[in-house]
Design a protein around this ligand. Structure first.
Ligand SMILES: *Cc1c(COP(=O)(O)O)cnc(C)c1O
Length: 492
């Protein structure tokens, strides 16, 4: 038999393992130095046009080599991050990561398991991580769960289980077309956009998501919620779920999670809690009482890449009733038959609990990080972030040129620069410009939001590298930039 094409078989492993090993050592050295010196660099810098142009080259057909790829990485990629590993990055809600997280990602990629199912150890690691998450958040041990890409996916998974379980008919088989009774669900106007995305993806339509007003602390108005549920019932709708916020993205507000649980119980509704970052406050004995009621959720969504400082991506959904969870996703064609023995054995098929079939080994970085530091350390740093935000709040309140725009509930501070005689509209423009200048100068990176029509500089602290002096500097610089801007606008 003649197979000339097999005379020179190839693979993707290096020809020269020693060279690859040396390159790897270099990478580890470079990356640890990069992390060690992060404080010395600007938070952010604009990407030059020629660097952007570098990423418009045609796809390489010829080998350029690993060393060349790494050289371009260090020159053209590494210097231009968003900045979220920096001690003065507080934009949106983005975590910092850790050095061991970096190495754990390498170990996971080395084993390269597909954690969709089968009898191999990665599934057991994930199951352990899920058990730890339940213990961390005071959630029942019998609950099921799955690691997902992040809070958005965690909300989608939880709300899928909610919709399918509460529909009252075989929704997977018949789809929403089978019913003329419209399913509706509730949450506050401060809900994260990912909840709306999930509701849209679930075919319910954004109109089915009733957005209930909030009180002065940006927490859901319970009376308004109860009125809305009663009105929907009277009008023939089918309320099926309430979404509670454990830490809203704008201000960190925590809904009254116990009262929401009571209402769900009384009205027979599914209780989903979006705790993307706020749920992790439960690690702190001091903060945990603020989340009372969260443990009663039927499904709970949260991130580990935000307030647990794990490298992207990793979030989690926990579901109180494991059977509900499984029923929403399990699908086993012949080619996925779960065996009794051999490689296809084992009851841990995570593909039965989520949307992905092929899944990465997200659990390893979580498992290793929690082992590295222990939960108490995480609790202390979460408390430290909250204390830093209280400190910043006090600085803002003590600075006549600054105005706090929302109560600081947890780890988010919203404020603005103010100058006498300027209208809200002028202040909005000034603060917008101020924020951009602060970012462009690479000094600090808050983001923004609008609260009651006012543009707010928004500091969300899920940063394990920030120190008190970083907040001193922020306030100093905001005042400095603000004064210059206010002076220019007066001259105009
Ligand atoms: C960040 C966030 C989400 C979305 O999580 P991702 O990990 O970004 O997908 C959902 N809800 C809240 C409150 C968040 O802060």
């Amino acid at each position: 038999m003649d197979y000339p094409e097999l005379d020179h078989e190839e693979g993707l492993d290096p020809q020269d393992w020693a060279a690859m090993r040396e390159l790897g050592h270099h990478m580890v050295d470079d990356m640890m130095s990069y992390l060690e010196t992060v404080r010395e660099r600007p938070v952010w810098q604009p990407i030059p046009a020629e660097v952007k142009a570098h990423f418009q080259q045609p796809v390489p057909t010829e080998a350029q080599g690993a060393a060349q790829a790494y050289a371009e990485f260090t020159a053209q990629i590494l210097p231009y991050p968003l900045g979220n590993i920096h001690p003065r990055f507080w934009g949106w809600v983005i975590g910092t990561g850790t050095p061991l997280g970096v190495l754990a990602e390498m170990l996971a990629a080395t084993m390269n398991p597909n954690v969709g199912g089968g009898e191999h150890i990665a599934n057991y690691v994930e199951a352990q991580v899920l058990d730890w998450c339940k213990q961390m958040l005071g959630y029942p041990a019998e609950a099921s769960g799955i690691l997902v890409s992040g809070g958005s996916m965690a909300n989608l998974v939880g709300l899928t289980v909610a919709r399918n379980t509460m529909a009252g008919f075989d929704l997977r088989e018949q789809g929403l077309q089978a019913t003329t009774r419209k399913l509706v669900l509730y949450g506050s106007v401060e809900m994260h956009s990912s909840v709306q995305k999930a509701v849209e993806l679930l075919g319910l339509g954004n109109a089915a998501l009733r957005k209930i007003p909030v009180n002065a602390d940006f927490e859901i108005e319970i009376a308004a919620l109860e009125t809305a549920i009663a009105a929907d019932k009277a009008a023939g709708y089918q309320p099926f779920c309430i979404v509670g916020n454990a830490g809203t993205v704008n201000t960190g507000a925590i809904d009254d999670l116990s009262q929401l649980a009571d209402i769900c119980q009384r009205e027979g509704l599914w209780y989903h809690v979006d705790g993307a970052f706020g749920a992790l406050a439960a690690l702190s004995p001091a903060l945990r009482p603020r989340l009372a009621g969260m443990e009663r959720a039927d499904s709970l969504a949260f991130d580990l890449h935000k307030w647990m400082y794990m490298p992207y991506e990793v979030g989690c959904t926990l579901v109180r009733n494991a059977e509900d969870h499984r029923r929403a996703f399990s699908l086993t064609p012949a080619y996925l038959t779960h065996g009794e023995r051999g490689m296809a054995a084992g009851s841990l098929w995570f593909s039965d609990y989520g949307i992905q079939l092929s899944r990465g080994f997200r659990a390893l970085k979580v498992w290793m990080s929690i082992k590295e530091h222990g939960l108490d350390k995480y609790a202390r740093i979460i408390e430290q972030n909250v204390a830093q935000c209280r400190y910043l709040t006090a600085l803002v309140e003590a600075t006549p040129e600054l105005e706090l725009l929302a109560p600081t509930a947890l780890n988010i501070v919203c404020f603005r620069y103010v100058a006498a005689g300027m209208s809200d509209e002028q202040l909005n423009a000034l603060n917008h410009e101020l924020l951009i200048q602060l970012q462009e100068a690479g000094i600090a990176a808050p983001s923004s939001t609008t609260l009651n029509g006012r543009f707010a500089i928004r500091v969300a602290n899920t940063n394990q590298r920030s120190r008190r002096e970083d907040f001193d500097l922020l306030v100093r610089e905001v005042v400095r930039f603000g004064k210059t801007l206010a002076a220019t606008s007066r001259d105009e």
